[in-house]
Design a protein around this ligand. Sequence first.
Ligand code: GRF
Length: 209
Amino acid sequence: MTVAGGRLRVGVLVSGRGSNLQALLDACARPGYPAEVVVVISDRERAAALDRARAAGVEALVVSPKDFADREAFDLALVRELTARRVGLVCSAGFMRILSSAFTRAFSGRAMNIHPSLLPAFPGLHAQRQALEHGAKVAGATVHFQDEAVDTGPIILQASVPVHPDDTEDTLSARILVEEHRLYPEAVRLFAEGRLSVAGRRVFVKGDR
Ligand code: GRF
């Protein structure tokens, strides 16, 4: 883990709106928070998340898949940019690309993702819509370590919310998002404090009963 000046150096991967990025930036601005976002990388030039990074005085980069021959070359470019900035933890936050083993090998045990469902239910796209269509009574959010597959890595934290009979995809997403914004900074804090250990699929939190 790379900790400079006592704070974990975090890189955030984004593609869009960046509300989870904002939650991380806000957490990092709080006194005593043990991590700092040192770079935000987007695969899309127009991602609103890039503006959020710049507004917080954080370096914002675009790495476009168009500039690379294949997925592996793109992933290796991400690894290069993150490594050059001595990033100790990578957080995908609404990053709409599947990372290959070229990436996950380089950041094994040091990459997280957030997903708007109670995994392993409803992985992949439109998780909230999947929950509604399935008739789930409880939905939620998951922060997990990232592996080569989609939304499958060991689960770090989860939070549940009720599904109401009159919910739409938008109302359910908004309820889940509140929990996402709480969970992600908490997971990063636990990692930065060295309190997470992984045994097989299980993540243990030191200090938790
Ligand atoms: C969030 O719901 C996150 O769980 C999912 O994509 C969405 C990104 O939202 N992976 P934002 O860009 O963080 O606002």
